[in-house]
Ligand binder design. Structure first.
Ligand SMILES: *Cc1c(COP(=O)(O)O)cnc(C)c1O
Length: 329
């Protein structure tokens, strides 16, 4: 299958907020959007998005993973950007109608259909830097994606960045375009200088997350990860893994920790990144102050593997959905 995010289904869902109300959504042939060059989003980055997957089970029917939790997170993102907040039913039906329409395009697990709701401020006013976009467009793209782990789960190498931030305190938990623009420069520099895959942002030594994934430390009976606050994105994969780990008898230790603690703990703890695209991915090496520090022996560990399998088994329909995370289409 082609590279993640580059292949699209031939239809998408779209709806407009006209300043007063959301207008009925349409499923249309995928086509370019026509927006005014003065549109708020193009100048003042009034945009947020979501990312989640639908899986097509052996029975031929699709299931969407944590649809209503992702919608709730998008509503929080929209509110924090002062954009019109999409109605739950409107957005849920846009997603479900689109998935129903494209169900034949969903490859069998471990492949899936990646869904990308996006909200943009379309107010035509370049003088509105300090006022919100009162009109908006909401659309949902669907993209068939292959198995992230085809070829095996290669442990990642991360640069531990102990000065700079990925985002700002007020937008860290908002899934908004500007945050990825902010992380891009430091990430490209780290790739070029140290050959790392990602940057682990730890401003003033506080271990937060990478550009697009949450960070967890895991041993045989405990998970350590940062407690929810406004500085980082509240991943649904993070929440799912913590919930399943608790079911499996792990202690969940949500606490802030420092780079010094991190470097000590990776002698015995596995480390992993969590996110929809790559589920739970092992981290094998940290780079700090120019030095390479292996996470344990630098290889993928058993707990990360076990927890990833536990989550994927539910998503693929191989284990019961004990937490009611899947919506049948
Ligand atoms: C989307 C995202 C995540 C992961 O969230 P999931 O809901 O698990 O996919 C983590 N960090 C950032 C910055 C993100 O944008």
């Amino acid at each position: 299958m082609s590279q993640f995010g580059t292949e699209f289904c031939d239809h998408f869902a779209i709806a407009q907020f006209d300043g007063k109300a959301w207008q009925p959504a349409e499923i249309k042939a995928l086509e370019p959007l026509s927006i005014h060059p003065a549109a708020h989003v193009l100048h003042y980055a009034s945009t947020c998005f979501e990312g989640f997957k639908a899986y097509r089970w052996a029975d031929g029917k699709a299931r969407v993973y944590r649809l209503y939790d992702h919608i709730a997170r998008m509503q929080k993102s929209a509110a924090s950007l002062k954009l019109p907040v999409p109605d739950t039913e409107l957005l849920a039906n846009m997603v479900l109608d689109l998935v129903r329409r494209q169900v034949e395009d969903i490859p069998q697990p471990p492949s899936s259909l990646y869904l990308r709701p996006t909200l943009i401020g379309t107010l035509e006013n370049i003088g509105a830097a300090a006022s919100p976009s009162t009109v908006a467009t909401l659309f949902v793209l669907a993209s068939p994606v292959g198995d992230y782990f085809a070829g095996g789960a290669r442990p990642l190498k991360l640069l531990v960045e102990d000065q700079r931030s990925r985002s700002t305190e007020q937008l860290g938990s908002t899934k908004t375009g500007g945050n990825y623009a902010a992380a891009l420069g430091p990430t490209l520099a780290a790739k070029a200088e140290f050959g790392v895959d990602q940057v682990l942002f730890c401003p003033n030594g506080d271990v937060q997350e990478t550009g697009a994934a949450n960070f967890l430390l895991i041993n045989d009976d405990e998970i350590i990860t940062k407690p929810l606050d406004t500085t980082f994105l509240h991943g649904m994969t993070r929440d799912s893994i913590l919930t399943l780990a608790k079911d499996l008898g792990y202690r969940i230790n949500e606490r802030s920790f420092t780079v010094a603690e991190l470097l000590e703990w990776v002698k015995t703890y596995e480390a992993a990144l969590s996110g929809t695209a790559a589920c739970l991915t092992p981290v094998g090496t940290l780079v700090h102050k120019g030095q390479e520090i292996p996470v344990r022996d630098g290889k993928a560990g058993p707990s990360v593997e076990k927890l990833r399998t536990a989550l994927q088994s539910i998503q693929y329909g191989e284990a019961p959905d004990t937490h009611g995370w899947l919506t049948e289409v």
